[in-house]
Design a binder for this molecule. Structure first.
Ligand code: GDP
Length: 295
């Protein structure tokens, strides 16, 4: 495991070898390699800095365990810290005490929000939870059609009112419909823009205010790298998120966005998207992501 990082640590390791304590002076090279690995995995720079100083504090003065190579011990410290920062375990989707559970999907256009809405609905259907998806992206009629088509494909109903209605009203009536029909979960797909935009944020905030969701999930494209951090900060400050879905992890990104998103918002990543197909959704596991980030 972590062959790439282990190789890089080779030189740094030579300095650690033969020491009985990991100390300030003998871990600097090793820390530099970890820093490089995290930056290459597209973890946000500020997040990397904080992470490195935490690892440094943990590693400093750690007794070298007899029979364990210090470099392996160091990698274990880094790995454990990564897993810890990303939340240790999988955090499942919230479930309301009084259904329906209301899930608000947020994110920029093109990140995979509409696809993730359907993926989530299918995931819930497979565990015998009934769903209603709500299409509020009135600015792009194609988005409404896309959700209706996906709904048919996975056999999950879609509430829509065309593209002339007010998104906040669609969301409100969608939740009402879900309640009347006793569904377990209502998932509200919302409009995204190519960039963060004040109108989009204001509309999301109004929808949130009106429907009082149990979950507000930020959909983040893993391929956006460093930008994922700014995006998360803005959405979290302005809307407040309770979790995230990291999409497009089937691409060649190392998934550093996972660390940034978690660190900046404190909210857990709940699922990852691993393909265009509607079945391509998996629960997020911090240990698997830590291995991927370390390469
Ligand atoms: P939205 O604008 O955020 O609603 O994005 P869409 O759901 O329409 O997705 C945008 C594009 O990304 C589509 O071509 C999707 O098929 C694709 N997509 C979504 N999720 C994934 C994923 O996990 N992996 C890959 N490879 N493509 C994805």
């Amino acid at each position: 495991m972590f062959d790439a990082l282990a190789d890089r640590l080779e030189a740094a390791w030579k300095k650690l070898r033969g020491q009985d304590k990991i100390s300030q002076s003998n871990i600097q090279d090793a820390l530099r390699e970890v820093r490089r690995a995290l930056l290459e995995a597209d973890v946000n720079l500020q997040v990397v800095k904080e992470f490195i100083s935490e690892v440094e504090a943990k590693a400093q003065g750690a007794e070298v365990i007899a029979g364990v190579r210090p470099d392996q011990q160091f990698i274990k410290i880094v790995y454990d810290e990564l897993v810890q920062v990303m939340g240790e375990t999988n955090v499942p989707l919230a479930q309301a005490q009084n259904p329906p559970t209301i899930v608000l999907m947020a994110g920029l256009q093109g990140t995979g929000k509409t696809t993730a809405t359907a993926k989530l609905a299918l995931h819930l259907r497979k565990i015998d939870r009934t769903c209603l998806m709500v299409a509020t992206d009135v600015y792009r009629p194609a988005a409404i059609e896309q959700l209706v088509t996906l709904g048919k494909q996975i056999d999950v109903p879609v509430f829509e009112m065309g593209s002339d209605a007010d998104p906040v009203e669609i969301a409100r009536l969608g939740v009402e419909r879900g309640r009347a029909e006793n569904v377990d979960t209502v998932i509200i797909d919302t409009a995204g823009r190519l960039q963060i935009d004040a109108d989009m944020m204001a509309e999301l905030a109004r929808i949130k205010e009106v429907v009082q969701p149990h979950e507000t999930l930020l959909v983040v494209d893993a391929m956006t790298g460093q930008e994922a951090a700014n995006l998360t900060r803005t959405f979290h400050e302005q809307i407040g998120i309770t979790g995230a879905i990291l999409t497009k992890l089937d691409g060649d990104s190392r998934g550093g966005a996972a660390l940034s998103v978690r660190r900046i918002s404190g909210a857990p990543i709940k699922f990852v998207g691993v393909g265009e197909k509607v079945e391509a959704l998996q629960p997020f596991y911090p240990d698997r992501m830590a291995s991927r980030i370390l390469g």
